[in-house]
Design a binder for this molecule. Structure first.
Ligand code: KG4
Ligand code: ZN
Length: 401
């Protein structure tokens, strides 16, 4: 079928989203209802409130996505919904609604892994631009408020498979941005604010020690050590040692230490009072603009923010490019909320091109959580006939394979 319209539904965290995507390559509509205003008061996502907000938003958001696409339920070929990972109660809202719609309308239903969605956000937009020739093997960094994961992605026919070669041992990168912003009285979510303020500070002012990972050299068997049924060469390895002898290192991340280092710096420099004053001032402004943040940040704080962001970016880029070298990949995808970060994009583009890598990001609206990426990731499953049984449930800790 050349024109397949899939209605995607996403509710894994604090965004209720619905979108219509044609054949995994064209966004027809993309509606996102953010809950930021609800969670801002608490400085982070409150799961109970998230579920309640999803319940409120899901019906109007889905209807709006159909209306903006000029579609009705009859002209949709299939429904797709995020199965996990995410907040169980939040996921269940999207899943229950998608199941009810699929049952009542006799439509096919596809269950999608949220992380696969983030990867397919990049593929969707590249296809939309007419780029159908990506070089494999492909390395994907999914970096968001809940994840910092590195995957090797392969496509065989219509099926995609993923191998995790690294992930965070503690906090996700976006979580570190959010926690540091909260610590500095900058509100929630922290990533976008730090991104803008960092440009006004000196990124070399504060030195942060490199992240400490226990057993950094731990080697884990990868595809190479499992006997591959098809006898195909291991992805990324074009020659050299027999694949059965290869043992590859992992490329794990850790961001709880840098958060503690920021806290230590705040204490050392006696910044507590100015942080309290900033918090009070910003709470009084409905939607603070950059000028409001700048008016409430001294140079010491701006330098700390810039140095924190620089350390995060250097760690993310350094480890990802080391993995790209190890696995001899040609293409790199960077997606998830933190992929919206300006310095991260610039650094990946600069350093990636130095290494001869093709680096791709989603546009900013498709970097953060959305349902277009869920509808896009569902398309290959639609072609392969991989539909969900009606008794599937939310998987809060769903693994991508
Ligand atoms: O992908 P996403 O919308 O939701 C999750 O699946 O977590 O990512 C949200 C995360 C938050 O931690 C937010 O602070 C971070 O992405 N983020 C950013 C930027 N925009 C969003 N981090 C750094 N720089 C940004 N510009
Ligand atoms: Zn996400």
């Amino acid at each position: 079928m050349s024109n397949t319209y899939i209605l995607g539904i996403e509710s894994s965290c604090d965004e209720t989203a619905a979108a219509v995507v044609r054949s995994g390559e064209q966004v027809i509509s993309n509606v996102v209802a953010s809950q930021i205003a609800t969670h801002q008061l608490y400085g982070g996502v409150v799961p109970e409130l998230a579920s309640r907000e999803h319940l409120r938003a899901i019906v109007p958001v889905v209807r709006q996505a159909l209306a903006e696409a000029g579609k009705n339920y009859d002209s949709i070929d299939a429904l797709a919904v995020t199965q996990g990972p995410g907040l169980a109660g939040a996921l269940l809202v999207g899943i229950s609604y998608a199941k009810a719609l699929a049952f009542a309308l006799e439509k096919l239903l596809i269950a999608v892994n949220h992380l696969e969605g983030h990867i397919h956000a990049v593929l969707l937009e590249e296809r939309q631009k007419g780029n159908h020739d990506l070089s494999f093997p492909l390395l994907a960094l999914v970096v968001s408020g809940g994840h910092t994961h590195l995957y090797l992605a392969e496509q065989r026919g219509e099926s995609w498979s993923y191998e995790n070669i690294g992930h965070t041992r503690d906090d996700a990168a976006g979580e570190a941005f959010d926690k540091v912003a909260k610590l500095l009285g900058l509100g929630y979510p922290g990533g976008p604010v730090i991104d803008r303020l960092a440009a006004h500070g000196n990124p070399r002012a504060v030195k942060f020690p490199p992240s400490q990972i226990k057993h950094p050299d731990r080697k884990t068997p990868t595809l190479s050590q499992k006997t591959r049924k098809d006898g195909a060469p291991e992805p990324g390895r074009k020659g050299g040692r027999p694949t059965s002898e290869l043992v590859r290192p992992r490329f794990d991340f850790s961001y709880s230490g840098i958060k503690t280092a920021v806290l230590r710096y705040v204490k050392l420099r006696g910044l507590a009072l100015s942080i309290e004053a900033r918090k009070k001032a910003l709470v009084g402004i409905a939607e603070p603009a950059l000028e409001d943040y700048l008016a409430n940040c001294d140079q010491l704080t701006l330098d700390l923010i810039a140095s924190f962001q620089r350390a995060m970016v250097e760690d993310l880029v350094g480890k990802t490019l080391a993995a790209a070298r190890e696995y001899d990949v040609a293409t790199l995808f960077v997606s998830g909320g933190v992929a919206a970060n300006n310095e991260l994009r610039r650094t990946f583009e600069r350093e990636g091109s130095r290494e001869g890598l093709w680096v791709y990001f989603p546009s900013r609206p498709l970097s953060t959580d959305n349902a277009a990426m869920i509808a896009a990731a569902a398309y290959p499953k639609f072609l392969a006939g991989e539909f969900a049984e009606m008794d599937f449930s939310a998987q809060a800790g769903m693994v991508l394979k």
